[in-house]
Each structure stands twice: as structure tokens, then as C-alpha cells.
Design a protein around this ligand. Structure first.
Ligand SMILES: Cc1cc2nc3c(=O)[nH]c(=O)nc-3n(C[C@H](O)[C@H](O)[C@H](O)COP(=O)(O)OP(=O)(O)OC[C@H]3O[C@@H](n4cnc5c(N)ncnc54)[C@H](O)[C@@H]3O)c2cc1C
Length: 421
């Protein structure tokens, strides 16, 4: 039976998954309480002022695609969909630093991947049969390796498959889960250019994806508490009965729910016995205070160098390097110089190293291998009023914003279903 009493839901963690659950449930009339351990919302997707470059930068350049429907619906729900900007067509310029060759992949704007039939629009020096050889990936099982499913060599691999899967999986593609790679291919390349338009939060991740959500929550009467780390859960029978935050505890009512949207290590320590991915990979981002040259594309794919993607923002050039564990201990200045050399070649600019910042997120994503993917839990736990969210839960996708929001939506659905129970 439905009751008119306003139900409480406690969301632990104010990353994208936690914020997406919180927004959904606040809009559904719940009394939402968000508890975030740090002083800032956004988790692994946030902006901050950086004194070295004197700019507000993002912890990492985040790329969304127009087919990321959960992420776009989340942005719409907080009124910032227009803040995700990109070209009108799914066009991806590339450069190979080893040869200096430039090309543009043009995925068009349709619902079908018809571009593979057009020699002028596909990757240069590739044939239709190269693309057909990727088909085993489409419905591959998550337990299989990419390297055992498709050819991981050749021109198409070097110029498209490797950059795409490296960015999506954050592991060297052959060691990645073919099932996760297949999900990416189904939702992007196979869904035509309409699903592949690149989108960037040009005004910054926090301005577009985080702060407006916190404001909406506060306007709806939700509480968002920072520096409020959940230390332990109290259980009675098959329910969570208490949330313990150091010197303060919150006792839950019989119809209250909890969504834990924290990273896997925190979740495992709060819920002993929970199986979670335990291996992670780094992503390295470098930001340079430098006006992009005239005509520099917003996103440039780079192969044959250290840099993988070059992003142009007003007054700033930024790069992303995935699977970056090999770079986490490299001296910062040396790394900045090496990256700047690649940028000069890719963007056709020159000059001494401008003001720069390097952000190395050591645990950027769980390792998208079959082994780690098998450790991802679902939304439901052994406790009736406790649900999980996060990019590392079993979303069917690698660790992405789209996966985070999807996990948040699933958790919100479960909380809403409790009302009907
Ligand atoms: C450098 C980098 C680049 C990336 N690039 C892309 C990209 O291009 N495209 C894309 O789609 N995705 C990208 N991602 C992935 C994306 O950022 C993540 O998938 C997403 O932000 C994860 O959100 P989340 O809410 O699941 O987890 P998190 O962001 O980790 O949020 C968890 C929150 O829980 C809080 N917390 C932890 N313990 C507690 C506790 N005990 N009590 C209360 N709070 C707690 C944390 O402080 C944190 O705020 C990138 C990630 C990184 C790091």
C-alpha cells in the first residue's frame, strides 16, 4: 500500500552515480540526504582551480557521446544538456605522429553505420572486410578477451579500434573484456553517427554535470553534507538500521533506504563480504595554458605518440593518456616536456613549455578485464533497504559517466520499487 509519509533515502557518495540517484529520487518526492566524504561533489568527475596554470581545470578530460542516453537524460534533468557541446556531425580528425598523416573519420549523422561502405569516410587504407572482421565483438561474452575475439593488428586496429577501445576500457585492448568492448561497439559505432557525436562539458565538468545537481537537490529541500564520511553500517536482520559517521549516527526508519554510491574499496570495507573489482588503472591528463591555434579541432585523435587525445578549450590545450600506470612515477617535468613535444607536432605549434599541470588519477577506473568484470556486483544487496551504485557495479559498460548514471537509475528504480512492496 502506498503511504503519504515522505520517505527518506540516504545517498552515500556525491559522484555522478550518487548525484543521479539523488536527483531522480528528489524529483520523485523523497526526502534525500546526500553524504559525501570530501569537501566537493563530483568524485572522479570534477573541476577545480589550479594555481600552476591559473585556470579552472577538470581532473580529466571527459568525453561523452550523443548515444550516452542515460548521461544525457541526467544532464537534461538538471537543466544542463545544452552545456554538453560538440560538432554537428560525428567527425573525428586524427593524426599519426609517426608518419605525420592526417585523416578524418566521418561517421555521418544517421542511425546505421553506412560510413563503412564509403571509402572516403572510413579510415584511410582500410577495406570493408576489415570492418566485417570486427563483428565477433558485437555479442562477445564478457569472459572472453578482445585479443581472442578480433584481430588486434593492422591499419584499422591501429587507427581506430585501438584508440577507441583504449579510451573506453582503459586497458591495452587485447587484454580487455570482449563483452565490455562489444557493448561500446553496439552503442557507438554500430548505432551510426547519430550516436557518436562527441560531446564535452566546455564550461567544465563541475559547472555542467555536478554543481547544478547539488543546487537542484538543495532547492528541493535535500541535504548535501560534505566532509561526512560514512564509517560503518548498523544492521538489524536483513535491513540497514543505522548509518555511523564517526561521532554521529543516523537511525533509519522502517521505510528508509540507503544507496551506497562509493568506489569499490570503500564499499567493500563498509559491507564485508561484498565482492568488488580490486584492480584499477590510471589515466593521465595534462593541461597547458596556451591558446589553441586557429582551426584546431575541439578533439583530435592522436596515434603513434604518447598523447592519445588532444582537446582544445578556450585558452588551454589538454591531453588524455589512458592505461597510464607506466607514467605515474615518471618525473612530472619530464612528462610535461614529452607531452608538449607531441602537442607541438599534433597542433602545429611551437614554443617553450607553457604553464602546465599534470593530473594522474591512479585509480581512474576498474580494470576492464574479464577477471575484474566478473567481480562486479549488481544493484541489490543482501539487505532489503541497501542498494549499490557506481561505475564499477555490473552495468554492462566499462567505467564511464554513462555507466555511472545507468547504475544510479537502476538504484533509483529499486528504491522506488520498495514503495510498492
Ligand atoms: C581522469 C579520468 C578521465 C575519465 N574520462 C572519462 C571520459 O572521457 N568519459 C567517461 O564517460 N568517463 C570518464 N571517466 C570515468 C568517470 O569519471 C567515472 O566513471 C565516474 O565519474 C564515476 O562516478 P561514480 O559516482 O561511479 O564514482 P566516484 O566519482 O568515485 O564517486 C564516489 C564518491 O563517493 C565518495 N565517498 C567515498 N567513500 C565515501 C564514504 N565512506 N562516505 C561518503 N562518501 C564517500 C567519494 O569521495 C566520491 O565523491 C574518467 C575518469 C577519470 C578519473
Amino acid at each position: 500500500m502506498q503511504s503519504n509519509v515522505q520517505r527518506n533515502v540516504h545517498v552515500i557518495g556525491a559522484g555522478i552515480s550518487g548525484l543521479s540517484v539523488a536527483v531522480r529520487l528528489a524529483n520523485a518526492g523523497y526526502k534525500v540526504h546526500v553524504h559525501e566524504a570530501t569537501q566537493q561533489a563530483g568524485g572522479r568527475c570534477r573541476s577545480y582551480f589550479d594555481a600552476a596554470t591559473n585556470l579552472t581545470i577538470d581532473n580529466g578530460n571527459h568525453l561523452l557521446l550523443s548515444g550516452n542516453r542515460h548521461a544525457l537524460a541526467y544532464a537534461r534533468s538538471i537543466g544542463t544538456e545544452a552545456g554538453l557541446v560538440g560538432p554537428g556531425r560525428a567527425q573525428f580528425p586524427f593524426i599519426d605522429l609517426a608518419t605525420g598523416k592526417r585523416w578524418q573519420l566521418d561517421l555521418g549523422d544517421g542511425r546505421l553505420p553506412l560510413w563503412v561502405f564509403d571509402k572516403a569516410r572510413r579510415v584511410p587504407d582500410t577495406s570493408l572486410s576489415d570492418y566485417l572482421a570486427l563483428s565477433p565483438l558485437i555479442w562477445a561474452s564478457p569472459g572472453k578477451l578482445v585479443g581472442d575475439t578480433i584481430p588486434c593488428k593492422g591499419t584499422l586496429y591501429d587507427r581506430l579500434v585501438q584508440p577507441l577501445l583504449l579510451a573506453a576500457l582503459n586497458v591495452d585492448p587485447p587484454e580487455g573484456s570482449a563483452g565490455l568492448a562489444g557493448a561500446i561497439v553496439r552503442e557507438t559505432l554500430l548505432a551510426g553517427g547519430q550516436a557518436c557525436r562527441p560531446l564535452i562539458a566546455r564550461e567544465g565538468l563541475s559547472a555542467v554535470l555536478v554543481d547544478p545537481a547539488v543546487k537542484l537537490l538543495q532547492d528541493k529541500g535535500a541535504s548535501v553534507q560534505f566532509g561526512h564520511e560514512l564509517r560503518a553500517l548498523g544492521m538489524v536482520g536483513s535491513n540497514v538500521s543505522e548509518l555511523k559517521f564517526g561521532d554521529e549516527a543516523i537511525v533509519l526508519g522502517p521505510s528508509d533506504a540507503v544507496v551506497m554510491a562509493v568506489p569499490p574499496r570503500a564499499a567493500a570495507s563498509l559491507l564485508p563480504g561484498l565482492k568488488t573489482p580490486a584492480k584499477f588503472r590510471a589515466i593521465v591528463n595534462a593541461h597547458f595554458r596556451f591558446d589553441p591555434p586557429e582551426g584546431q579541432p575541439a578533439i583530435l585523435g592522436v596515434v603513434g605518440g604518447l598523447v592519445e587525445w588532444l582537446f582544445a578549450f578556450p585558452g588551454r590545450l589538454s591531453v588524455t593518456i589512458s592505461n597510464g600506470d607506466r607514467l605515474v612515477d615518471m618525473p612530472r617535468e619530464e612528462l610535461a616536456q614529452a607531452i608538449w613535444r607531441d602537442i607541438c607536432q599534433a597542433a602545429g605549434v611551437e614554443g617553450d613549455l607553457p604553464p602546465w599541470q599534470i593530473v594522474r588519477e591512479r585509480r581512474a577506473t576498474f580494470e576492464a578485464t574479464p577477471e575484474q568484470n566478473a567481480l562486479r556486483p549488481g544493484t541489490v544487496t543482501a539487505y532489503k533497504n541497501l542498494f549499490l551504485a557506481g561505475d564499477w557495479t555490473d552495468t554492462g559498460l566499462p567505467a564511464t559517466i554513462e555507466g555511472s548514471v545507468r547504475s544510479g537509475d537502476r538504484a533509483a528504480d529499486r528504491v522506488l520499487a520498495m514503495r510498492q512492496a
